[in-house]
Design a protein around this ligand. Structure first.
Ligand code: SF4
Length: 679
């Protein structure tokens, strides 16, 4: 049996996997992300590679079609829309599941050849606030930390992150480090008690969106107790005075924590130089996500606790290639290779390299806005690639209606029956994990290969090839004549070298001579290099920027619904839903509710609860638990309408977004809750 060295397709930890066609799955002992470990989802990958439910042939209006007919139709309908209504009338909605090569080609077609920037991605739901926060603070979207920093820290603060379920192997690494270094302390900042809390020394049950108040309070405390690094801020940081004034005007009690909890946490953070503050969706998915990120970054910049081993802020990406999507510019407000749409020299360099007829000149529509543009008739042709927005976006029923309103919709997917495919005119079968070749970047900027160990089933094709074939039919043949994913990656690296004169954090020169077939997991800019070690940042004066941030207004609702993930499911369950073993963990949709609230509603364990607001309604079983505070509810996001006749939770998530990043506030929606009574 031959084992193929590849990478897990689920979370942003990016674990190495040894896989074989008979379903054998092992952790790769040589991969620096996991050193042989796997979590429950990764270990069950072999149970998800059958062809049940797969989309195996192109379809037009539900009828099998051949590839040429389907590709001709997609190219023609996009070309027609552009000719009649302009380039802003078409859009791509992509995914952090796509490989770097897929993302690169889609981004090139939209931004360089169609000439608009209407390509956004479900990664907007994952880490857009971190991207925006990094750019404000550092001048670039740089994640400065590594997994080793989390192991070497004396204090790890996990904010809005259920690491134990959502980044399980990283959680295992931290748990092992804590065992080996008993003095290590872990603080878990989360409105819920989760599996991650079990590892923590301290749980800070913060109020929803109380993060800015918490970290502003920390900044004020650091100043008051003489813990600011004045030499560092004078030499390397702008904006301290304004950020500190905003912090001092902020009330730490707005965090929802009491004076004792705040004092203890502030003293611990202030007196532990080697601190990593790691955060994920509880920070990012908020109406003030970018401000939360900057509130955290401010504390690290003000103390110089960045750019050194075992300390720094660390944003954890959710998806396997969310980071790679950022690198290739797969977001509506970015150009390729960490270049800027708003910079004329950058645009010119990219256009010249691509030899493209045009280049986008302004940012495109971000995810929530993109579907609003579908609803209001602006978008005439929409291509959804490798994702299921009719379920995964907030106001899911409104999004489904918006997609139905678009005159021409095409999807590329591995599965046939999805809520979004049901609304499409053309379905294009894509190859899935184990069948396709390419690269992904994990949370610590490490690029690893995904390799095929299975044949492409029936007529399925890789996404980069499907997109290229449409581009050629739109008249852009020379620029999309790739023979393999290796060709695409080589061009991506060559573009980076062509742009080397522009100061950027991204540096792919380490890949210039890499053998794609034999490529080993490699961290950019160079294995072992540390960002900001010399105190140099990417703003024009070389300094970092602290940002004055203020707390948001609370939702003021009887119930606030928070959403998240289960340990054994991934997103809308298209793959993990195939494993009976994984399905046995938590088998049906549920809503966590505090016992006091349950008693007030007359809800017994397992009662059907109706959650409702102006956007929609969903039914779920009550899971009565003190893990959530009074007034707080939590529900997982995995169940689609096709898997649950009681609806999907995103139907009651309001489409509020962070005004800077455009990331939806999927952690807080005002709802009513009542015990369901059949009429
Ligand atoms: Fe896959 Fe993430 Fe689990 Fe690693 S931790 S095996 S990348 S799901």
């Amino acid at each position: 049996m031959t084992l193929t060295r590849t990478t897990c397709p689920y979370c942003g930890v990016g674990c190495g996997v040894l896989a074989a066609a008979d379903g054998t799955i092992k952790g790769d002992p040589d991969h620096p992300a996991n050193f042989g470990r796997l979590c429950s989802k990764g270990a069950a990958l072999g149970e998800t590679i059958d062809l049940d439910g797969r989309l195996l042939h192109p379809q037009i209006n539900g009828v099998r079609a051949n590839w040429d007919t389907a590709l001709d139709m997609v190219a023609q309908r996009f070309s027609d829309a552009i000719a009649q209504h302009g380039p802003e009338s078409v859009a791509f909605y992509a995914s952090g599941q796509m490989l770097i090569e897929d993302y690169y080609v889609a981004n090139k077609l939209m931004k360089g050849f169609i000439g608009a920037a209407n390509i956004d991605t479900n990664s907007r739901l994952c880490m857009a606030s971190s991207v925006a926060g990094h750019k404000r603070a550092f001048g670039t979207d740089t994640v400065p930390g590594t997994y080793e920093d989390l192991e070497q820290a004396d204090l790890v603060v996990l904010v809005g992150s259920n690491l134990a379920w959502c980044h399980p192997v990283l959680h295992q690494r931290i748990a092992a480090a804590k065992q080996a270094r008993p003095h290590m302390r872990i603080v878990n900042v989360d409105p819920r008690r989760t599996a991650t809390t079990d590892l923590a020394d301290v749980h800070l049950r913060i109020a929803p969106d109380g993060d800015v108040a918490l970290f502003n309070g920390l900044l004020a405390y650091l100043a008051e107790t003489g813990k600011l690094d004045k030499a560092y801020t004078e030499n390397h940081v702008n904006g301290l005075d304004a950020a500190l004034a905003a912090a001092q005007a902020s009330d730490p009690a707005d965090s929802g924590l009491n004076a004792r909890e705040l004092a203890d946490f502030y003293a611990l953070w202030a007196n532990t130089p080697k601190v990593v503050t790691a955060y994920s969706q509880g920070v990012n998915q908020s109406v003030c996500g970018t401000d939360k990120v900057n509130a955290i970054l401010n504390c690290h910049l003000a103390t110089g606790r960045i750019g050194k081993a075992g300390m720094g802020p660390f944003s954890l990406t959710g998806q396997p290639n969310a980071m790679g999507g950022r690198e290739v510019g797969g977001l509506a407000n970015m150009l390729a290779n960490h270049l800027e749409i708003g910079n004329e020299a950058h645009r010119s360099a990219v256009q010249s390299f691509w030899q493209s007829p045009t280049i986008c000149t302004k940012p495109g529509l971000k995810a929530v806005d993109l579907f609003e543009a579908c609803a209001n008739g602006q978008i005439k042709a929409l291509w959804v690639i490798s994702t299921n927005p009719a379920v995964s976006l907030p106001d899911a029923d409104g999004v489904a209606a918006a997609i139905a309103n678009v005159p021409f919709v095409v999807t590329s997917d591995i599965m046939e029956k999805t809520d979004t495919n049901a609304l499409a005119d053309v379905l294009l079968p894509a190859t899935g994990w184990g069948e396709k070749d390419g690269t992904v970047t994990n949370s610590e900027r490490r690029i690893s290969r995904q390799r095929a160990f299975l044949p492409a089933p029936a007529e399925a094709r890789p996404d980069w090839k499907i997109i290229s074939d449409v581009a050629k039919r739109m008249g852009f043949s020379g620029a999309f004549s790739y023979g393999s994913s290796a060709d695409v990656f080589a061009e991506y690296v060559a573009l980076d070298q062509a742009a080397s004169a522009f100061p950027r954090d991204l540096d792919l020169s380490i890949f210039a001579d890499a053998d794609y077939a034999k490529m080993v997991p490699t961290q950019w800019p160079r294995n072992g290099a540390r960002f900001f070690a010399n105190g140099q940042y990417y703003h024009p004066d070389g300094k970092a920027q602290m940002v004055a941030v203020t707390s948001p207004v609370s939702l003021n609702s009887r119930f606030t619904l928070n959403t998240g993930r289960n340990r054994d499911q991934w997103h809308t369950m298209t793959r993990t839903g195939k494993s009976a073993r994984l399905g046995a963990h938590l088998a049906e949709p549920y809503v966590e509710m505090n016992p006091v609230d349950a008693a007030a509603l007359g809800a017994l364990p397992g009662a059907l609860i109706a959650l409702q607001n102006s956007r929609g309604r969903v039914l779920m079983r009550a899971l009565i638990t003190p893990r959530v505070a009074q007034g707080a509810l939590f529900a997982p996001m995995h169940w689609t309408r096709q898997r649950s006749t009681a609806g999907t939770v995103n139907s009651v998530m309001t489409p509020l977004t962070d005004p800077i990043s455009g990331q939806p506030a999927l952690k807080a929606s005002a709802v009513t809750a009542e015990v369901f009574k059949a009429k």
